[in-house]
Design a binder for this molecule. Structure first.
Ligand SMILES: Cc1cc2nc3c(=O)[nH]c(=O)nc-3n(C[C@H](O)[C@H](O)[C@H](O)COP(=O)(O)OP(=O)(O)OC[C@H]3O[C@@H](n4cnc5c(N)ncnc54)[C@H](O)[C@@H]3O)c2cc1C
Length: 233
C-alpha cells in the first residue's frame, strides 16, 4: 500500500464584502464577492479559513462555514461570542472591506440513513442549515443550543428544531444538549447523527449517542471551537 498522502491544496483569494446583516444580536451574515468564488468547487457545508490579525499583530486564521454560494458570492454566518479575532472581525466588518481567505475546505456528508439527528450550538447552525437544505424533503431532527430566544436562526422547514437556550450556563458545556437527548425518539431503521460544537463537548456527546444504537461510524462529529483556548496568536 502506498504511504503517499494526497493533500488537497486550497487557493488563497481576496474578496470584497458586499453586504453585512445582523441575523440576531449574536449572529452576523457576511456576503463576500469575488470572481474566483464562481470557479471553485464548493462541497456541502465546506468552509473557508479567513486570514486575520491576532492580538499581537501576527496572522491567524479562523474557519467559517459557507452557508451558500451563488455565482461569485458566498455567504457566511459568524457568531459574535465576544472574544478572539474571529468574533471581533465579524463584529467590525462592513460592506466594501476586503477579506483574504483560503478555501474551499472540508464539507459534511449526506448520510443514507432512515432517520437523521443533529446536535449543535450556534457555531454549527450554518452547516446544519446547509445540510437541511441539501436533504430536500428528508426530515432532520435538530437539537440547537443557543444563548437565548433571540438567537433562533433560520433553518429550512424540513428541520424539526428544539431551540435550547443555555441562559446563565456557559457555552461549551454538555449539559443543555445532554438533557435534550431525553426528548429524542429515534425512528425505525438505521440512524445517523451530526454533532458540531465545542471540541470536548462533542467527544462527550458522541458517547451519549450510543443509547440510540449509533456507533462511531454512525456519527459525523466535529469540534468547531475550543473552550478556553489560549489567547489567539
Ligand atoms: C469546519 C468549521 C466550520 C466552522 N463554521 C463556523 C461558522 O459558520 N460560524 C461560526 O461562527 N463559527 C464557525 N466555526 C467556529 C469558529 O471557527 C470558532 O468559533 C473560532 O474559534 C472563532 O475564532 P475567534 O477568533 O472568534 O475565537 P478564538 O480566538 O478561537 O477563541 C477566543 C475565546 O473565545 C471562545 N470561543 C471561540 N469560539 C466560540 C464560540 N463559537 N462560542 C463561544 N465561545 C467561543 C474560546 O473558547 C476562547 O476562550 C467553525 C469551525 C470549524 C472548524
Amino acid at each position: 500500500m502506498s504511504s503517499v498522502q494526497h493533500i488537497t491544496r486550497t487557493g488563497q483569494f481576496l474578496a470584497r464584502v458586499s453586504s453585512v446583516e445582523s441575523l440576531s444580536p449574536r449572529m452576523r451574515r457576511i456576503t463576500l464577492a469575488s470572481p474566483e468564488i464562481a470557479t471553485q468547487n464548493w462541497s456541502l457545508a465546506s468552509d473557508i479559513a479567513v486570514v486575520l490579525a491576532g492580538e499581537d499583530g501576527r496572522e491567524v486564521r479562523r474557519r467559517y462555514t459557507v452557508r451558500s454560494v451563488d455565482g461569485d458570492r458566498l455567504v457566511l454566518d459568524a457568531v459574535l461570542h465576544g472574544h478572539g479575532p474571529g468574533s471581533s472581525w465579524a463584529a467590525m466588518i462592513a460592506a466594501g472591506d476586503t477579506v483574504s481567505f483560503f478555501g474551499p475546505r472540508g464539507g459534511i456528508p449526506v448520510a443514507d440513513a432512515a432517520w437523521l439527528l443533529a446536535l449543535t450550538d450556534e457555531s454549527g447552525l450554518p452547516a446544519i442549515a446547509a445540510l437541511a437544505q441539501a436533504l430536500g424533503d428528508r426530515q432532520l431532527r435538530v437539537l440547537a443550543e443557543i444563548q437565548d430566544r433571540d438567537e433562533v436562526y433560520p433553518l429550512p422547514a424540513n428541520a424539526s428544531v428544539s431551540w435550547l437556550p443555555r441562559g446563565d450556563q456557559p457555552a461549551g458545556s454538555t449539559a443543555v444538549l445532554e438533557a435534550a437527548l431525553d426528548s429524542v425518539e429515534p425512528g425505525p431503521g438505521t440512524g445517523y447523527a451530526y454533532l458540531l460544537g465545542e471540541s470536548r463537548a462533542v467527544v462527550a456527546l458522541r458517547e451519549s449517542l450510543t443509547r440510540f444504537g449509533l456507533s462511531r461510524s454512525d456519527v459525523y462529529a466535529k469540534g468547531y471551537w475550543n473552550l478556553n483556548s489560549r489567547p489567539a496568536r
